[in-house]
Structures are given as structure tokens and as C-alpha cells.
Write a protein that binds this ligand. Structure first.
Ligand SMILES: Cc1cc2nc3c(=O)[nH]c(=O)nc-3n(C[C@H](O)[C@H](O)[C@H](O)COP(=O)(O)OP(=O)(O)OC[C@H]3O[C@@H](n4cnc5c(N)ncnc54)[C@H](O)[C@@H]3O)c2cc1C
Length: 285
């Protein structure tokens, strides 16, 4: 195995100093569940590894009256167990429950999941549907990046080389709003998604007042289902309306064929997964 420069930090300031110094040469290591396989398969070479795993100050889930704040070092297990998220962001809890296996969930972090920017990242569709904002930080200060501007390509993000994710902000939805996430894989556990979808619905007097739909594994980045959202806005909430709108999801996605599924299969099941996510929320009302 190749040798790497290695720095371990215990404060955010130390991490930012190291990032400022190393810039493009830096590779942050949080839970290492992506980084270690990348090293093993030589996808990462000649980098300075900056271990941020011990930055306790970035591991939290907090709330104010209007928002939820999730520190970037928060693990997937923390998401799964959070009462705040169970109440205000159940789609993110669903995603955490469907993520890998318990051992991986104990190490993997939400910051690492979105920074790695896989089209199949399980926390991405819920965060998109929940209108999350990524707060990045560098020696120059903080910057807020709406999540729908964060993913710029396969394994690419809007982060600058000297920046890291500090936290993720999620606006609290009103009490008549609910969310759900569905992941379709080749098996029920330890599977990368073939298609995943998250939905947020707010219904008032039987009509759809707000809707957000987001999908994973159907485009180079996680994507919003904006065509379907537009079709649903202001409509009566009914199975017929949901079915008709969901059938148009192919207009929002651009899947590829790979070892897990063909383009055509993904296109077909995407409409089913979106429909089921919306119906599941509808069942709550
Ligand atoms: C067996 C196995 C099963 C898996 N199953 C799933 C699954 O079901 N669903 C899924 O979505 N993923 C899965 N993954 C992928 C991986 O576990 C996740 O992407 C995980 O969330 C990455 O988090 P991490 O803390 O381990 O990141 P790391 O591996 O430490 O880092 C990943 C990337 O993010 C960068 N990074 C980390 N933290 C920050 C930060 N705060 N700011 C900026 N950049 C940062 C790193 O530099 C690196 O480029 C699986 C991986 C394995 C090995």
C-alpha cells in the first residue's frame, strides 16, 4: 500500500488550518467508509489525510423553533435514533434505517455521505426534499449552499478545496406536513439503491399545499422531481392524481444502465417508487 501524509485534528480550527495549507492535496477522513475502500482501490493517491473523526464539536442534532441543525460528524446511527428527526424529518430517519448495516452506520457520517456525492447517497434525496442548506466553513468564514446547488456531478460538489461541511440546516415543516423515503435495491440490506425517492407533502383541506420530490440513482446527481411537483401543486390529494403525476417522473431523470439495473427498468420503477412514497404519506392523513 502507498504511504500517505496523515494529520489528526481535535478542533475545527485545526482542521481548517490543515485544509487551508493542503487545499487540493487534502482528503478529509470522517467515518472512512468511503475513504478506506478508495485507498485500497487506489482511487486516492498522494493526498494528505486529515482525520476529523474526533471533532466532537461537529457531532450533534439540535433544534430551534424554526430549524434543525445536524453537525457534519453526526453518524447515520445518530440520525436513526434522533427523536427530533423522527418528529420533523422522518424521511431522513427512513434513509438512515435503510443504510448499509449497523456497523457501517456507526462509523458513516452525514457529512461524508453528501461530500462523497454519489448519485446513490441515501441521505441526499431526503435532504433535497426537505429543502436542506449545507453550511460550509473555511478559514475565511461560513457559506450557506442550498442543497439543490450542492451536488455538481458524480462525486463532485460545490465545496471549495479549503472548505469543509460544518453542518446541515433543515427548516421545520408545519405539523400538517409529512415526509417519507423509499429505497429499492437488489436486496433488503447492504444494498446500493437502484432507485430511491423521498417526498414531502403538506396537505390543507384535502389539497396539496406543498410538495417536494427527490430521487437518487437516476441521474449523475441526486435530483428533484420538479415536473411532478408542478403537476401536484394545488391539486386534490387522491390516488388518481398521484398516479397520473408520478407517471411523468421520467421527464425529471436521466438514468443509466449499470450492473444493478437497466436504464429502462430504472425509468419504470422510478414512477412506482415516487407514487408509493406519496401514497404512504397520504395514508397518514
Ligand atoms: C459496506 C458499505 C456499505 C455502504 N452502504 C451505503 C448505503 O447503504 N448508502 C449510502 O448512501 N452509502 C453507503 N456506503 C457509502 C458510505 O458508507 C457513505 O457514503 C458514508 O456516509 C460516508 O461517510 P464517512 O463518514 O465514512 O465518509 P468518509 O469515507 O470519511 O469520507 C467520504 C468523503 O467525504 C469527504 N468528507 C468527509 N467528511 C467531510 C466534511 N465534513 N466536509 C467535507 N468533506 C468531507 C471525505 O474527504 C471523502 O471525500 C457504504 C459503504 C460501505 C463500505
Amino acid at each position: 500500500m502507498k504511504s500517505f501524509n496523515y494529520i489528526s485534528v481535535v478542533t475545527l480550527n485545526q482542521a481548517l488550518e490543515a485544509l487551508q495549507q493542503e487545499k487540493e492535496n487534502a482528503c478529509l477522513v470522517a467515518g472512512a467508509t468511503n475513504v478506506l475502500p478508495f485507498i485500497r482501490y487506489k482511487k486516492i493517491n498522494n493526498k494528505t489525510l486529515i482525520n476529523i473523526r474526533n471533532l466532537k464539536e461537529l457531532r450533534y442534532i439540535q433544534e430551534t423553533d424554526e430549524k434543525i441543525f445536524i453537525g457534519s460528524l453526526t453518524t447515520i446511527t445518530d440520525l436513526e435514533k434522533s427523536d427530533i428527526l423522527k418528529k420533523y424529518a422522518p424521511a431522513l430517519v427512513d434513509a438512515a434505517r435503510n443504510f448499509a448495516d449497523p456497523t457501517t452506520r456507526n462509523s458513516a457520517t452525514i457529512g461524508g455521505n453528501i461530500a462523497n456525492a454519489s448519485p446513490a447517497a441515501d441521505t441526499a434525496p431526503p435532504l433535497l426534499a426537505l429543502d436542506a442548506v449545507v453550511v460550509s466553513v473555511s478559514k475565511s468564514g461560513e457559506r450557506k449552499i442550498p442543497i439543490d446547488e450542492f451536488f455538481t456531478g458524480v462525486n463532485m460538489t460545490a465545496l471549495k478545496p479549503e472548505e469543509m461541511i460544518k453542518e446541515i440546516e433543515i427548516p421545520k415543516n408545519p405539523a400538517n406536513s409529512h415526509s417519507h423515503f423509499i429505497k429499492l435495491g437488489l436486496r433488503n440490506a447492504m444494498a446500493i439503491s437502484i432507485v430511491s425517492a423521498a417526498a414531502v407533502l403538506e396537505i390543507e383541506s384535502g389539497k396539496i399545499k406543498k410538495v417536494r420530490i427527490a430521487l437518487g440513482s437516476v441521474a449523475p446527481t441526486p435530483v428533484r422531481g420538479r415536473t411532478v411537483e408542478k403537476l401536484l401543486m394545488g391539486q386534490d390529494f387522491s390516488d388518481k392524481v398521484i398516479e397520473k403525476a408520478s407517471s411523468r417522473i421520467h421527464e425529471d431523470i436521466s438514468p443509466i444502465s449499470d450492473i444493478r439495473a437497466s436504464r429502462e427498468y430504472r425509468q419504470t420503477v422510478a414512477s412506482v417508487v415516487v407514487k408509493r412514497a406519496l401514497q404512504k404519506i397520504g395514508g397518514i392523513y
